[in-house]
Design a protein around this ligand. Structure first.
Ligand SMILES: Nc1ncnc2c1ncn2[C@@H]1O[C@H](COP(=O)(O)OP(=O)(O)OP(=O)(O)O)[C@@H](O)[C@H]1O
Ligand SMILES: [Mg+2]
Length: 352
């Protein structure tokens, strides 16, 4: 069990800075997900915590102890990668026990740990097989098993499911969550998939360009994004971003329709109005939009429509039973509390 604290953590490769000063305190037993687009620094940050990458500046503490100079083995963390990195010539059992044998652990203890992990991951019937005789999901389970048998203070996962198909990913996502509940261990999980982040995390850390954009529980990030980046990244399909002209308590959409929104007092000038597809509803007194694309998903239908003959498109998630012809004029509205206003230059929230 471990707390993990980062203060002012920076990383540069040569003269190129890639992590610009990250502060984060991870609680004991917490499931924290690092999410963000490719190249934002998720793996680098995780590898610095693991000790696989040295730190250009700042401090990393595990259970209060500064570990900047400690080699990976002494940190007591276990890492699971996207590539399973199993030994091809060894059986599953040997893959699981190999690391422990190197530590000269007593045979009986090794056997107990391997048996426990295999049972937990439901790979006990596969122990005598070689990795090439396993499916992708089974291999990933063995890789996780290899981390479990070490009984680490914390688990670090770097996109462990990205080689699996969609269905298997969903199953493994649940399994890793269950494992977390069962072991109660601190886990840091890296992904670029916001659905994975939303479904797994106690808290999500949204990274962008080597900086933290926002940290919070999934629902808080969804309901109350601090920046345009977070607003657009969390949620699928993404939040609609509509350029508007603001006045106190209202905004003018492209095409001229005026909608009520919570603005800062005395607000004037341009802004971006963010509204999620699931928060748009049909409203006879709402603004007009011309339907261009209809995607029936069963339970609901995604409708893309153009505002006032201009360039701006919005997507609405409407009930699946609605018959909506292409070319029709929809009237849409939303609850002002569901909209966010963003600074068009900085992307910062403009709060009422
Ligand atoms: N060994 C290295 N030398 C130089 N630059 C590197 C090195 N490793 C990573 N970088 C750079 O650091 C930045 C962060 O990389 P990192 O691998 O942490 O991103 P990531 O968020 O994990 O991306 P992905 O989702 O694609 O895995 C990138 O711009 C990358 O090009
Ligand atoms: Mg990565």
């Amino acid at each position: 069990m471990a707390t993990i604290e980062l203060s002012g953590v920076r990383k540069a490769y040569g003269a190129t800075p890639v992590i610009h000063g990250v502060d984060l305190a991870i609680r004991d037993g917490e499931f924290v997900v690092f999410v963000g687009p490719s190249g934002c620094g998720k793996s680098t940050l995780l590898r610095m915590i693991a000790g696989l990458e040295d730190i250009t500046g700042g401090e990393i503490r595990i259970d209060g102890r500064v570990v900047n100079a400690e080699p990976p083995a002494q940190r007591g963390l276990a890492m699971v990668f996207q590539s399973y990195a199993l030994y091809p010539h060894m059986s599953v059992r040997q893959n699981l026990s190999f690391g422990l044998e190197n530590l000269r652990m007593p045979r009986a203890e090794i056997e107990r740990r391997v048996a426990d992990a295999a049972r937990m991951l439901q790979i006990d019937v596969l122990l005598e097989r070689k990795p090439r005789q396993l499916s992708g999901g089974q291999r990933q389970r063995v890789a996780i098993g290899r981390a479990i048998v070490r009984e680490p203070r914390a688990f670090l996962f770097d996109e462990p499911l990205s080689n699996l198909d969609a269905k298997l990913r969903q199953d493994m996502r649940l399994e890793i969550k269950r494992l977390h509940q069962r072991l109660g261990a601190t886990m840091i999980y890296v992904t670029h998939d916001q659905v994975e982040a939303m479904t797994m995390a106690d808290r999500i850390v949204v990274l962008n360009g080597g900086r933290i954009e926002q940290v919070g529980p999934p629902r808080a990030l969804y309901r109350d994004p601090a920046t345009r980046f977070v607003a657009g990244f969390i949620g699928a399909p993404p939040m609609n971003m509509i350029p508007v002209a603001m006045a106190t308590g209202q905004a003018t959409l492209p095409g001229g329709a005026i909608v009520a929104v919570a603005t800062p007092a005395g607000a004037a000038g341009s802004a971006v109005l963010g509204i999620r597809p699931e928060h748009l509803v049909r409203d006879p007194s709402g603004f007009a939009a011309t339907v261009e694309l209809v995607e029936p998903l069963g339970a609901d239908t995604l409708v893309s429509a153009r505002l006032g003959g201009g360039e701006t498109m919005v997507t609405a998630r409407l009930p699946g039973d609605a018959e909506i012809p292409i070319g029709a004029t929809l009237r849409l509205g939303f609850d002002p509390h569901d909209a966010v206003l963003l600074d068009p230059e900085t992307g910062a929230r403009l709060r009422a």
